[in-house]
Write a protein that binds this ligand. Structure first.
Ligand code: 5GP
Ligand code: ZN
Length: 120
């Protein structure tokens, strides 16, 4: 699998070819605001490498996914989620058509902030 798919919108966002509101960036990971938020806080955490979905994840990705997950507490508070336990957030990873995935580049939705939310 190549590192980037030239037809993938999230590869283009991660490489800065399509503008986005950046939340976080390092060599392997990019996070940005969802264009159509469901809640007061809604951002996406993606690997810069093109992994189509969670269905392609194997042990070789464990460290990368662990790093993506471990960033969430810091980024959620930075973006305005309230502290646990009264606050908190939800992580969603839609996978495949039946899982509701629309963009086929692995992403974790991080959703939070005061309710009501549009979805969830
Ligand atoms: P999925 O349904 O695949 O889990 O979620 C894809 C998400 O990507 C949706 O919440 C949608 O709003 C978001 N999205 C799609 N295209 C863009 C875009 O060009 N920019 C940003 N910031 N978000 C996008
Ligand atoms: Zn991609």
């Amino acid at each position: 699998m190549s590192a980037h798919d030239p037809n993938c919108i999230f590869c283009k966002i991660a490489q800065g070819q399509i503008p986005s509101k950046r939340v976080y960036e390092d060599e392997e990971i990019y996070a940005f605001h969802d264009i159509n938020p469901w809640a007061p806080v809604h951002f996406l955490v993606i690997p810069k490498a093109h992994i189509p979905s969670m269905a392609q994840v194997t042990g070789e990705h464990a460290a990368l996914l662990g790093r993506m997950m471990a960033l969430v507490p810091q980024l959620a508070l930075q973006e305005g989620c309230n502290p646990y336990p009264q606050g908190g957030w939800r992580i969603v990873c839609n996978t495949g058509d039946e899982g509701g995935q629309e963009v086929h580049h692995l992403h974790f939705h991080v959703i939070g902030g005061p309710r009501p939310w549009k979805k969830g």
